[in-house]
Write a protein that binds this ligand. Structure first.
Ligand SMILES: NC(=O)c1ccc[n+]([C@@H]2O[C@H](COP(=O)([O-])OP(=O)(O)OC[C@H]3O[C@@H](n4cnc5c(N)ncnc54)[C@H](OP(=O)(O)O)[C@@H]3O)[C@@H](O)[C@H]2O)c1
Length: 258
């Protein structure tokens, strides 16, 4: 059984780590993002099939679907392309930021999913099953001050995941959601804070966050489960982060004892 998984947002962070992890296990992938140079490097390293595509552009997504179909189809989709812009309040934030966050985290996810569903169904006919996994966030499950537009977009992505699972009931297509907490990737916070490197380093100070590789390990593990096993929602946090409001800084030590 030869599976082939389309991973969006594969040019950095969790998406790139996911492509690497699938490759280590011998799964074929298609790596999607806007930066061609990074995808080319990943293709050299892992053998992934790179496709340059902006998931917010419907024509580019249609071309993506055509290329996926022509080059071997797909049995899986990881909607990982996404991100945050700013930490402003509802009152102070800009609609442009909100539009961009909704475009990539919600509408892009929907557009890619809709375009690839017929291809995933073909894959399920060939291999018996197909899978969709959406990367949301703990920000899609708990609001926090400064979350505002990112909270709203990831809550929406969570809702889309649930409604899609209901819509696909009766088909051999599982629909999963992975909601990570604090993950230290190179670009996520830097982009959110518009390139302010000092401020972007702060959330990761004196704490052990998740790495992209750790998230990818859990993500790929969900695909490795027997095909009838649907992990509806995986919430993944570092031990030091017990909620979006509670991040323990400093060493983690057992209480009591000596
Ligand atoms: N890091 C965290 O703490 C964290 C926690 C929870 C959830 N998440 C979520 O996990 C996902 C990956 O995050 P990450 O930390 O790996 O961030 P990242 O390194 O910034 O990765 C985001 C990826 O999305 C791609 N992308 C952005 N806009 C795109 C577009 N319009 N079309 C196609 N690709 C696009 C980027 O590539 P190009 O710029 O080359 O297009 C990049 O490969 C995101 O959905 C994020 O919201 C992150």
């Amino acid at each position: 059984m030869q599976h082939r998984i389309v991973v969006t947002g594969a040019s950095s962070g969790i998406g790139a780590a996911t492509v690497r992890r699938f490759a280590e296990l011998g799964w074929r992938t298609v790596a999607v993002a806007r930066r061609a140079d990074r995808l080319a490097e990943l293709a050299d390293e892992t053998g992934t099939h790179p496709i340059v595509c902006d998931v917010t552009d419907e024509r580019q997504v249609a071309a993506l679907a055509a290329e996926v179909a022509e080059t071997g189809g797909a049995t899986g989709l990881v909607n990982n392309a996404g991100g945050a812009l700013g930490t402003d309040s509802v009152e102070a934030s800009s609609n442009d930021d909100w539009r961009q966050m909704f475009e990539v985290n919600v509408i892009g996810l929907r557009t890619v999913t809709a375009a690839l569903l017929p291809i995933l169904r073909d894959g399920a006919r060939r291999t018996g099953w197909a899978s969709i996994l959406n990367l949301t966030s703990t920000a899609g499950h708990a609001a926090y001050p400064g979350g505002a537009g990112y909270n709203a977009a990831k809550f929406a992505a969570h809702a889309v995941t649930d409604v899609l699972r209901l819509e696909l009931a009766g088909e051999p297509i599982r629909v999963m959601e992975l909601a990570p907490g604090l993950v230290h990737t190179e670009e996520f916070t830097l982009k959110r804070l518009r390139g302010d490197a000092a401020a972007a380093a702060k959330p990761y100070e004196d704490v052990i966050p998740l790495t992209a590789e750790e998230v990818a390990g859990v993500l790929v593990g969900a695909f490795e489960q027997p095909p009838h096993v649907n992990q509806d929602l995986i919430v993944l946090r570092p031990v030091a982060q017990s909620s979006v409001f509670h991040t323990h800084r400093g060493p983690l030590l057992p209480r009591g004892g000596e």
